[in-house]
Design a protein around this ligand. Structure first.
Ligand code: GLY
Length: 510
């Protein structure tokens, strides 16, 4: 069997690793924008090759797949799905594990995802409103902040998935009410507008959303359109620096295990989260009339108002979350992909190790995420034998293997180190012990988060969960889960849900 992967990050290196371990002994081919050293080696060791090319260009992908005689393609990142690569492959009769263009809208447009949730009255949603540009959003908030209390505590995001770029929180309502803060606000809105300028594939550019607070976790699933199979929960850590400080990144590391849940999420919360993801898959299939086959995930948060709540959806596996899940996966990955293609996922029993906790730490060059040009172009030195001797695994990310054998940084997340142990803190410590095995030869700095998987950070997550859980379970017991009744002076009690119906159906029908 000949299989081809798309994408050149650590998630794709981990997918290639599992393909290389399959009993089906596939020949492994790959298309990526960078020559990822790990994927390059796996392809070479499995009678295939890694070719560089644009992963969003259907012609390049289809031509390579046909040329190589590929039986099945697996898509790693989200952008190929957004650009219709699975659609193009399937038109050629090549099986593809990956959400098609229409279905991947659950990730591409955060506005369409929220509309889908409200239209179908699915649990785990947030109050929201969309705008064509940042200025329109700013004016609306200023005018309505007194009459719509939920606008007092909001997050303003690019409405399109943009790889974590541009997401900022404006939690201070004074920003909208006082002129002296105007300049700060204007600068922020300008940067938001600029981050969205590159995208012409969605109409709503800006999403204003109720701010939620609680512990976050990702639930990644496989689906053949009929069955959605959940995998172990993983928690990604998005902030660049220790204890959740610094700018938002694509993810600086993740934890999972030793079983299906996390130490701060219950089995019941897992089951509710899975139902939410199932509801979204079912609703988007109903809306488009298309069958979803591939990977799907909920980036979830336990919130006071809703319990398990969707922050964003993945139309793919998470990066770095995929590394944790694939490390725990015992079922042959090709058996899963074949069951997806044959729509037989209900007959497959997914098995995961329950003995090991898994910690992943991302290593990035200084400058990432805000000054990527400075983070780019540095020669990398890695002592792979030391990493192995410490029982850790290396997954290459945004790195480029040059003809002379030198690996060069690409400006984004360079690589991920993975450690396993019976519990999370020793797995984290194992990675710390081998961290000095990765350096840049020109002396440019690298950074990572030492706190991921540590007892202190776990205690912090547990504390947040223990504060949120009694609040949402109280609401559940009193039949008011999901209700957001607010009080407006001189108006009285208001239920903002009717505004959500206006947002989803238009004012005349609400
Ligand atoms: N872990 C963040 C992402 O995959 O988008």
């Amino acid at each position: 069997m000949r299989i081809m992967g798309i994408g050149g990050g650590a998630r794709e290196h981990a997918i290639a690793w599992k393909l290389g371990l399959s009993d089906h002994k596939p020949e492994i081919f790959w298309i990526a924008e960078n020559r990822n050293p790990g994927i390059h080696k796996i392809c070479r060791d499995n009678q295939g090759e890694l070719r560089t090319g644009r992963t969003t260009d259907a012609k390049t992908i289809v031509r390579s797949a046909r040329g190589w005689g590929i039986d099945m393609v697996v898509v790693g990142p989200e952008e190929p799905g957004f650009h219709g690569i699975p659609d193009a492959l399937e038109k050629e009769g090549i099986h593809c594990i990956g959400a098609t263009q229409e279905l991947s809208v659950i990730e591409r447009s955060k506005a369409d995802l929220r509309r889908l949730q409200w239209e179908n009255n699915l649990p785990g949603k947030l109050l929201f409103r969309t705008f064509k540009n940042a200025r329109e959003a700013s004016d609306y908030i200023r005018k309505n902040i007194e009459s719509q209390p939920w606008l007092q505590n909001i997050v303003i995001k690019p409405a399109r998935q943009s790889g974590g770029k541009g997401v900022k929180l404006i939690e201070d309502r004074q920003v909208y009410l006082h002129d002296e803060k105007e300049r700060f606000k204007e600068a922020y809105f300008d940067s938001l507008q600029a981050s969205m300028a590159a995208y012409s594939d969605i109409e709503d550019k800006i999403l204003v959303e109720e701010k939620a607070w609680g512990p976050e976790y990702s639930l990644q699933c496989f689906t053949d359109g009929k069955t959605v199979l959940g995998t172990p929960l993983v928690q990604d850590n998005k902030s660049a620096h220790e204890f959740d400080s610094g700018p938002e990144t694509g993810g600086m590391g993740s934890i999972s295990g030793p079983d299906m849940t996390l130490p701060f999420i219950t089995r019941e919360e897992y089951d509710k989260s899975l139902k939410i993801v199932e509801g979204i898959v079912e609703s988007i299939q109903k809306k488009t009339g298309k069958s979803y086959h591939g990977m799907v995930g909920g980036q979830m948060m336990l919130t006071e108002n809703e319990g398990p709540t969707v922050i964003e959806m993945y139309s793919r596996l998470g990066d770095p979350e995929a590394l944790n899940m694939l490390a725990m996966l015992k079922t042959d990955i090709i058996d899963i992909f074949q069951a997806i293609v044959e729509r037989q996922l209900s007959k497959l029993k997914l098995e995961f190790t329950s003995e090991d906790a898994v910690v992943v730490k991302v290593v990035a060059p200084n400058g990432y995420p805000e000054k990527r040009d400075k983070a780019k172009g540095h020669p990398v030195q890695v002592l792979e034998t030391n990493i192995k001797r410490n029982g850790c695994y290396l997954f290459w990310g945004n790195a480029d293997l040059h003809e002379d054998g030198q690996v060069i940084t690409g400006g984004s997340r360079l690589l991920a180190l993975m450690g396993t142990d019976h519990t999370l803190p020793p797995a984290s410590a194992r990675i710390e012990k081998t961290m000095s095995s990765v350096q840049l030869a020109d002396g440019w700095g690298l950074y990572h988060r030492s706190d991921i998987g540590s007892q202190q950070l776990l205690a912090k997550r547990q504390d947040v969960a223990e504060r949120v859980r009694p609040l949402y379970t109280y609401r559940e017991e009193h039949g008011i889960l999901g209700s957001r009744m607010g009080w407006v002076p001189r108006v009285g009690r208001i239920d903002p849900s009717h505004l959500m119906l206006q947002e989803t159906h238009g004012p005349e029908k609400a």
